[in-house]
Ligand binder design. Structure first.
Ligand SMILES: NCc1[nH]cc(CCC(=O)O)c1CC(=O)O
Length: 319
C-alpha cells in the first residue's frame, strides 16, 4: 500500500474531518476556533472548512457497541479520508480512538482536557444508592454497567444508545430510570446543568482519555503539524499517554471493561488509577501508580500489564 502524503497549501481552505453528531461538531468548531486564534490567516471566514464524514459507529443504532464489535468504529472512515488527502486533520474524542493507528497517521495534538468524570441522571433525582431495587439504568457502556452493578447488584442495566440528546429524551420518556453520560460531552453541548449528580472517580472511574479531544494528522504533513503545535496541551498529553498505556497493555485480551484516570499531583509528578472489571461488576481488579512525567507511557503499560496478569481466566474473555 502506498500512503499519499498531500499537504495543505496556504491558499486552499484548511479541511477538518469530523463525525456529524452534535458533540463531534462542537469539538470540530472548538478546534477551528483554536486554530483561528493561534493563526490569524486561519481566522478569516472560509479559511477552514468542516467536512462531515459518516462512520460505521454512526450507523449502528440498534446494538451496543460491544456487541457490534471491532475497534475504530468511529474513526476508520475519517482516517481513510485523512490518508487520501481529502482532509488535513481529524478531530476525535480520544475515548473512541484505538491504541493502534494506521501507518502514516498519529495523534499529533491534544486539546486541553474537559472534566473527565461521568454525570448521573435520574428521572426523579435519586442518586445511584437511592434508586429503588429493580430500577432500570440505561447504558451501552460495559464500564459503566460493571461499576453500577458493583455497587447496586439489584439494579437492571439495559443498553441505551443514541447521541446525548437522544439518550436524555429516552430518560425523560421513562424508557429508563437513570443513565450516565460523560460530563465533557455535556459541557461542550451546554447540557451539564441537567445532571442529577457528578460521579467522583472513586465511584465511577472514567474511560481511558474521557474528556480529551485528540487531533489526528498525517505524520509527514509538516505544515499541519506545525500549525497544531501551539494548540497542544502538554498536561493532557501526559495523562492520556499514561491512560492509553493501560489500554494498549490490555488490548487483545478482549472487550473487558477498563477504566483509568491519570492526574498531575505535583510539579512533574502524576498519579494513575486503573481498573478492569467483569461486566457483571462482581470481579474488579485495580491498581495505581505514581510516576514522573517522563515515565507516563511506561507507567500506563506497567499498570495495564499488572491488571492483565491478575485477571481471573475465563471471566474476562467475552470476545
Ligand atoms: N462513545 C461515545 C462518546 N465518546 C465521547 C463521549 C463524551 C465526550 C468525551 O468523553 O470526551 C461520548 C458520549 C458519552 O460517553 O457520554
Amino acid at each position: 500500500m502506498t500512503i499519499a502524503t498531500p499537504s495543505h497549501t496556504p491558499q486552499a481552505p484548511f479541511r477538518i474531518g469530523t463525525r456529524g453528531s452534535p458533540l463531534a461538531l462542537a469539538q470540530a468548531h472548538e478546534t477551528r476556533d483554536r486554530l483561528g486564534a493561534a493563526h490569524p490567516h486561519l481566522a478569516a471566514p472560509g479559511a477552514i472548512e468542516i467536512v462531515v464524514i459518516k462512520t460505521t459507529g454512526d450507523r449502528i443504532l440498534d446494538r451496543t457497541l460491544a456487541e457490534a464489535g471491532g475497534k475504530g468504529l468511529f474513526t476508520k472512515e475519517i482516517e481513510d479520508a485523512l490518508l487520501a488527502g481529502e482532509i488535513d486533520l481529524a478531530v476525535h474524542s480520544m475515548k473512541d480512538v484505538p491504541t493502534v493507528l494506521p501507518a502514516g497517521l498519529d495523534i499529533t495534538c491534544l486539546l486541553p482536557r474537559e472534566d473527565p468524570r461521568d454525570a448521573w441522571f435520574s428521572r426523579d433525582g435519586a442518586t445511584l444508592m437511592e434508586l429503588p431495587a429493580g430500577a432500570v439504568v440505561g447504558t451501552a457502556s460495559l464500564r459503566r454497567q460493571a461499576q453500577v452493578l458493583a455497587r447496586r447488584p439489584d439494579l437492571t442495566v439495559v443498553p441505551l444508545r443514541g447521541n446525548v440528546q437522544t439518550r436524555l429524551r429516552k430518560l425523560a420518556e421513562g424508557e429508563v430510570d437513570a443513565t450516565l453520560l460523560a460530563m465533557a460531552g455535556l459541557r461542550r453541548l451546554s447540557l451539564d446543568g441537567h445532571a442529577t449528580a457528578v460521579l467522583e472517580a472513586d465511584i465511577m472511574l472514567p474511560a481511558v482519555a474521557q474528556g480529551a479531544i485528540g487531533i489526528e494528522t498525517r505524520v509527514a504533513d509538516a505544515v499541519t503539524n506545525g500549525l497544531l503545535a501551539p494548540l497542544n496541551c502538554a498536561e493532557t498529553a501526559l495523562r492520556v499517554t499514561a491512560e492509553r498505556g493501560v489500554l494498549s497493555a490490555l488490548d487483545g485480551s478482549c472487550r473487558t471493561p477498563i477504566a483509568a484516570l491519570a492526574r498531575v499531583v505535583a510539579e512533574g509528578a502524576l498519579e494513575l488509577d486503573a481498573m478492569a472489571l467483569s461486566p457483571d461488576g462482581r470481579t474488579i481488579v485495580t491498581t495505581s501508580r505514581r510516576f514522573l512525567a517522563t515515565d507516563a507511557l511506561a507507567a500506563g503499560l506497567d499498570a495495564g500489564a499488572e491488571l492483565k496478569g491478575r485477571l481471573p481466566p475465563g471471566i474476562f474473555t467475552v470476545s
